[in-house]
Design a binder for this molecule. Sequence first.
Ligand SMILES: Cc1ncc(COP(=O)(O)O)c(C=O)c1O
Length: 416
Amino acid sequence: MRDLFDRIKKDKGPLGKWAKQAEGYYVFPKLEGPISNRMKFNGKEVITWSINDYLGLANNPEVIKTDGEAALEHGMAYPMGARMMSGHTKYHEQLEKECAEFVEKEAAYLVNFGYQGMVSAIDALVSKNDVIVYDMDSHACIIDGVRLHHGKRFTFKHNDIESLELNLKRATKIANETGGGILVISEGVFGMRGEQGKLKEIAALKENYNFRLLVDDAHGFGTLGKNGKGTGVEQGVQDEIDVYFATFAKSMAGFGAFFAADKDIIQYLQYNMRSQMFAKSLPMAMVKGALKRLDMIRTMPELKDNLWKITNALQNGLKENGFNIGNTNTCVTPVFLEGDVPEAMALVHDLRENYHVFCSIVIYPVIPKGMMILRLIPTASHTLKDVEESIEAFKAIRTKLESGIYARIGKAMIEK
Ligand SMILES: Cc1ncc(COP(=O)(O)O)c(C=O)c1O
C-alpha cells in the first residue's frame, strides 16, 4: 500500500506544478498599503486592477471607523456559536431585513462566506429526486454545490438558451419520473469574462417549463441595476429569481454573503443549511460594518456612477485601440490575447515591473490553451489617469507580444 502523501508530493495539480516559477509573484503576490487604485507591489507603486472593491468602499474612512468601533465594542468573537444555538443577534436580523428589502425580496439569510454558503444552499435546496440544470461556466462554488447532489444534473452551454431548453426537456422527463422538481442555476454576472447571465431569457422559459431559478449575483450586486440592486433588477426580472445570492466580498468590500427569497424558502434554509447550522455566526464587526456599507450603497449613487465612468472609459479606450474585450456588458473587463503560459508570464512580469500595471492573468487550464486573459476590475476609486496610463501600457506590451520577445524571455524564465 502507498503512503497517502506519495501522490501529493509527486503531483502538485494543474496550478501547483507552476509553484516554483510562480509563487510570490504570479500567485500569492503581496499587494501592500491601503486598498486603493494604486498599491505597492515588490516595493513599487502599481495601478491596481485586480481588486473587487467595485465601489471603492474598502478604504473609506467611515467604513473603517464603523468596522473599528464595532470590533472595539464586541471583539471579533461575538456572537459565539452557530446562529441557531447562541450566535443570533438583533443586528444579524436587521442586516437580513435590510438586505432583503434592498434586493426586493421578502426575507434574507446571512452566510459567513459566499463560497461555502452557495455549496450548502444548493445541498439544502435539492433532494435526490430533483434535477439541477446549470451553466457550464459556473463559479466553483456552484460546481461544488452541485457535486453534493445525489440526483441528476445537466449543464447547459454558457448563456445558450437553446442548450438550456434542450436540457430542461431532459430534466423535465426525469423529474416527471422521480416526482422531483428542477433547479436552474445561473450567475448574474460571469466574473471571468464579464457577461451578464441571460436572466430575462431564462425567466421567460418559465412559461413552458416548471423550474425554480437560483442566481449567484456576486459581481452584479452593487454594480448593476437601480442603486446597485443587481442583475435581476437591471434586466427587470428580479421577481422571477426564486433564490437570489450576493456576497459581501466584492461591492461591499467585506466578507460574508446572503441569500434572499420568499419567507418560507429562507426559513427552510435557516433550518437546513448545514454551513450555518454547524458553523459559527458572522462576527458582529462584519455585521455592523455591512449595515454601514449597505446604507452607503443605497444613499450614495455617486459611488456606482464613478465606477461606471471609469468602466466606460477603460472599455471604450481598449476597444478604440483594437483590443478584444469579448462580450462584457458589466464592469469586469477581460483583455483577450494570444500566447502560451511562458509568454503570459513574461508579459505580466514586464507589465508589472516596467509599466507599473497590476492585473490578474487567467491562463490554461482555466481557459483553452494558447489564450490568455488579462482581467481588469475597474473601481470607483480609479482615475481617468489610471485608465490612460494603463491603455498606453497595454499598447506597448501588445507590440512586444507580437514581436515574439515574450516567447523568448518566457522560455528562458521557465528553464531557469
Ligand atoms: C460568482 C461568485 N460566487 C461566489 C463567490 C464566493 O464568494 P466569497 O468570496 O464570499 O466566498 C465569488 C467570489 O470569488 C464569485 O465570484
